[in-house]
Design a protein. Structure first.
Length: 152
C-alpha cells in the first residue's frame, strides 16, 4: 500500500450488505490516529468508539490548533453510477497550519458518525508520522472517487 491510498476494512463489505451506511446522507468523518496502532484490512469489527472488537478512537491524536477530536466531516458525499460502477466520493479537505496542531498523526481513519455503532469504513496511510504543526495538511481524494464497487 502506498502513502495516500485508501484501504477498506473487510468488515465494510459486511456493513454495506447489512445497510449500515448511506453513502450520500450519513455523516462520514476522517480522523487521524497515531502510530501506536496499525490498521489492517482484517482489523476485527473496527469502530470509532465502543461496541465493536476494535475501538480506533483511543488512538486519535490530541485536539489542538486546527484539528478537533472527532475528526473532519467529509463534505458533500455522493454516490453515482459511472460505467457500471458505483462511485462513492466527497470533498477534499485541509487542516491549516497551526503551532498547536498534533505532531504525531500516522493514519487517517474514515468512519460513519451517523451509524449507531460508529462503524469504521477504511483507512489511509499517511506514509510516516506526520507533524501537522509544521505545515498545512491536505487530503485530495483520487480523481476516480474514494471508492468504487462493481458487480462480478
Amino acid at each position: 500500500m502506498a502513502a495516500g491510498d485508501v484501504v477498506f476494512f473487510q468488515q465494510w463489505l459486511v456493513d454495506v450488505q447489512e445497510a449500515l451506511h448511506d453513502g450520500e446522507n450519513d455523516d462520514f468523518r476522517y480522523s487521524i490516529v497515531d502510530s501506536t496502532i496499525t490498521p489492517l484490512t482484517t482489523t476485527s469489527d473496527p469502530r470509532w468508539g465502543a461496541g465493536g472488537s476494535t475501538d480506533l478512537s483511543v488512538n486519535e491524536v490530541a485536539t489542538g490548533g486546527n484539528y478537533t477530536v472527532g475528526g473532519i466531516a467529509i463534505a458533500n458525499p455522493s454516490v453515482t453510477l459511472v460505467s457500471g460502477e458505483a462511485v462513492w466520493d466527497g470533498d477534499d479537505f485541509a487542516v491549516t497550519q497551526h503551532a498547536s496542531n498534533p505532531t504525531d498523526g500516522r493514519w487517517g481513519i474514515i468512519w460513519n458518525n451517523t451509524a449507531t455503532g460508529k462503524q469504521a469504513v477504511g483507512f489511509q496511510d499517511l506514509g510516516s508520522v506526520t507533524d501537522l504543526s509544521a505545515g498545512a495538511f491536505s487530503n485530495t481524494w483520487n480523481a476516480a472517487g474514494i471508492s468504487k464497487m462493481s458487480r462480478v
